[in-house]
Design a protein around this ligand. Structure first.
Ligand code: SF4
Length: 417
């Protein structure tokens, strides 16, 4: 892409073909971004203000207070990161190391297991550019990209012409959706491409597909047309370059990843299939990569303050650590856990000393002891991020701001520790 194009931080597709017009240091027009991207890039309707104990403060006082809270805590938590640049994430990891903190992100209860398996090379993956150029069969499983990643189908997975897919969706691509209900993406796939399964039926459907791919009669307890499963198995078997986009619907249904591993093993013994996690926040995958590089784990880490060693396990997840009340202060960056965590856990989080760093006002900020606004990544500040397929993308600053970037806020907190 040339210098005239910018990257949209609206989701982890990180579309890098966005053109903008600016006037008086404001974006006035945007081209090619979807509505979700436009809403994100326009900025906050209600920007976050700098406060200490809910009173207006300057940034120096807020940073000093944030550092004091972290210093006083025995077991702080550093949470969020999905809407932060990779540079900020690396500083957050360093702060966690120095303060003996828990560090975790939303992947802990969504795409984490898939990203971990990909980084450990247990699942075959590919880039979105491969999907555009080569994919002839794309399956969205428990995912509805027409709403979650609105330009996925038009840029990569269904509508575009690709190097080896010159005849496009009309003749060269097959779109399949597997879901518990008909989604907007299923409408595009049509009746022949939509496979409706019961709630929690994903593992059983995967096992039935493995049967079909092994030329056996599929076994299912639910009332599903076995002929249709055999037809789908045949389509998957014939794929030259297949992709499965794994959504939250699938991850919340599977108790363990074994059925997915078994399906991928079988698919790759008869065909050629790849997995891409349908990551939501623009740099959640970046956090997983950065923490993995530092510790060998993608999330659910607690650092030992003396040795700097990372401990990892379910007990160090944000939800468990808060449930056990072993966290005694928290720094939240680029996230709104009071809106998304289970209520009893969120209540405890609201009761402990809380720091919130974000471009926009949110529910977490209303309960925080310290709030520090930061520049909106990809619009008011640059940096790097990791796209849903693991490709690093450079975000460019579009407009000037007097706010510090997320990396600068965290660096100043670290210096004040
Ligand atoms: S699909 Fe995602 S990255 Fe692309 S323009 Fe829309 S919100 Fe932005």
């Amino acid at each position: 892409m040339t210098d005239n194009y910018y990257v949209c931080p609206g989701c982890a597709l990180l579309c890098d073909d966005i053109e903008v017009e600016t006037e008086d240091n404001k974006i006035t027009k945007m081209y090619t971004a979807c509505m979700k991207g436009v809403a994100r890039m326009k900025g906050c309707s209600s920007p976050l203000e700098c406060t200490v104990e809910q009173e207006a403060a300057d940034v120096d006082a807020s940073i000093e207070k944030a550092a004091a809270i972290l210093k006083d805590a025995k077991n702080p938590l550093i949470f969020g990161h999905g809407n932060s640049s990779s540079e900020a994430q690396k500083v957050a990891i360093e702060i966690a190391k120095r303060t003996g903190a828990y560090i975790d992100d939303t992947s802990s209860f969504c795409q984490g297991p898939i990203i971990e398996a990909i980084l450990q090379e247990k699942l075959k993956t590919c880039t979105l550019d491969d999907v555009r150029d080569k994919a002839d069969v794309t399956v969205f499983w428990g995912a509805d990209p027409a709403n979650s990643h609105p330009r996925h189908l038009s840029r990569y997975s269904y509508f575009p012409r690709g190097k080896e897919r010159q005849r496009g969706w009309e003749e060269d691509r097959t779109l399949i959706t597997v879901d518990i209900r008909k989604s907007d993406t299923s409408e595009i796939a049509g009746n022949s491409g939509f496979f409706q399964i019961p709630i929690k039926g994903d593992a059983e459907f995967m096992n039935a597909l493995v049967d079909g791919l092994s030329s056996k009669v599929p076994k299912t307890s639910f009332n599903f047309d076995k002929k249709k499963i055999l037809e789908l198995s045949n389509t998957l078997k014939k794929a030259k370059f297949g992709v499965i986009g794994v959504g939250l619907g699938l991850l919340y249904s599977l108790e363990e990843l074994e059925p997915l591993f078994a399906l991928m093993d079988k698919l790759n013994s008869v065909s050629n299939f790849h997995i891409i996690p349908m990551v939501g926040q623009y740099n959640m995958r970046g956090f997983n990569h950065n923490l993995f590089e530092e510790t060998g784990y993608i999330n659910r880490v607690k650092f030992d303050i003396e040795s700097g060693q990372a401990k990892h396990g379910a007990e160090y997840s944000v939800v468990e650590a808060l449930k056990e009340r072993s966290v005694d202060a928290a720094l939240v960056i680029g996230s709104d856990p009071l809106s998304s965590l289970p209520l009893p856990v969120a209540r405890y989080l609201a009761d402990i000393p809380l720091i919130d760093i974000d471009p926009c006002q949110n529910l977490t900020a209303t309960k925080a002891n310290v709030t520090i606004p930061c520049a909106l990544g990809g619009v008011e500040s640059g940096g790097t991020a990791v796209r849903m397929d693991g490709v690093e993308i450079e975000l460019k600053q579009i407009v000037e701001t007097d706010k510090l970037s997320d990396k600068e806020v965290l660096t100043r907190i670290m210096e004040a520790l």
